[in-house]
Design a protein around this ligand. Structure first.
Ligand SMILES: [Zn+2]
Ligand SMILES: [Zn+2]
Length: 332
């Protein structure tokens, strides 16, 4: 198999499903047959020509699960697995300190290397996690964004009985809200899109419109929006000495925050970036034991041939997490 169909960003705002060369393995990497790949905000950034690193011709998809297409160590062909799509250098100060998720030259499968909206791709061997033989791979496709949310909630220091507010009710915002609820917080969510507000409400999350609706500030505000208009509002969502957690990726550049209110209120602002091994392990545990019902967040599964329609539906703000099923035979 030297060619396969894949979802490709062609440049500008054009995406297409078209033939590409099947990526070849490289030392330390392993070939994977993709079962399901999620589409996320980063993919839409790329598809809209707004991602700072992606180059035209990029095969999309960094949220995927599948089966080993070749043996790896003791793992046989066909082993179900989750893939951590990040590629770290191993030698920078962050990597040497064990913080590979903030490697100074971090890159991703699906942004810098051929991604998972394709029947087959290759991934670093250190990034694969075995899943149970009977795993529900549709649910498992949510492990990647769930691991993002696990890390965000862990980084926040959220405690039982706290009040948490989430700005942005996309998949990660909703996951952060649901995990915060599970962690014993009282959670509110704000979101401008009517369809996303409706979806979040159906997930059991309480929607508010502005900080004035809270009555008093939250202990923790999660910014899952990455939108510059939100940055200036963050202190207003918080009580004195509250914590703002930046979860969503902002465009490069400066975004205004009222630093006097940060200083007067002794507010803490922290960042959280993707996940570390322990966050992924927690997300795998939550999904594979059924303690977290991933299906509630998955609004639709599209075939590969419908992937452009899937992107367009997300551009229109429809649904929540959508998956693509590349759908070609394994082991070819
Ligand atoms: Zn993503
Ligand atoms: Zn590094």
């Amino acid at each position: 198999m030297t060619e396969q169909h894949a979802l490709v960003w062609e440049g500008g705002t054009v995406v297409a499903v078209r033939p590409v060369t099947v990526p070849e393995s490289r030392p330390g990497w392993v070939a994977v047959d993709v079962a399901f790949a999620g589409i996320c905000g980063s993919d839409l950034h790329i598809a809209d020509g707004k991602h700072i690193r992606a180059q035209p011709g990029q095969v999309l998809g960094h949220e995927f699960v599948g089966h080993l297409a070749e043996p790896y160590g003791d793992l046989p062909v066909g082993q179900p697995m989750f893939v951590n799509p990040t590629v770290h250098c191993g030698v920078c100060e962050a990597c040497l300190a064990g913080r590979t998720n903030v490697c100074h030259t971090l890159t991703l499968v699906g942004i810098d290397y051929p991604g998972g909206v394709a029947p087959r791709t290759v991934v670093p061997g250190y990034g694969i996690y075995s899943l149970p033989a009977d795993v529900d791979l549709v649910a498992a496709a949510l492990i990647e964004p769930l691991a993002v949310a696990v890390r965000a909630v862990r980084r926040s220091g959220l405690a039982l009985g706290d009040r948490a507010h989430v700005v942005g009710a996309g998949p990660v915002g909703c996951l952060v809200g649901l995990l915060s609820t599970a962690a014993g917080a009282t959670v509110t969510v704000s979101e401008p899109s009517a369809s996303r507000r409706k979806y979040a409400a159906e997930l059991g999350l309480t929607i508010v419109d502005s900080p004035d609706d809270l009555g008093h500030g939250a202990d923790v505000v999660f910014d899952a929006s990455g939108h510059t208009s939100v940055a200036g509002e963050l202190p207003r969502w918080l009580r004195t000495a509250g914590t703002a957690v930046i979860v969503g990726a902002y465009h490069p550049g400066l975004h205004g925050v009222d630093l006097l209110s940060v200083m007067f209120g002794e507010i803490t602002i922290i960042g959280t970036r993707i996940y570390q091994r322990s966050d992924i392990e927690a997300a795998i545990e939550l999904v594979t034991t059924g303690r977290f019902d991933a299906h509630r967040l998955i609004s639709k599964v599209f075939r590969l041939g419908e992937a452009v329609a899937a992107i367009d539906s997300l551009r229109r703000g429809e649904g929540m997490k959508v998956l693509i099923e590349p759908g070609q035979p394994r082991g070819t």
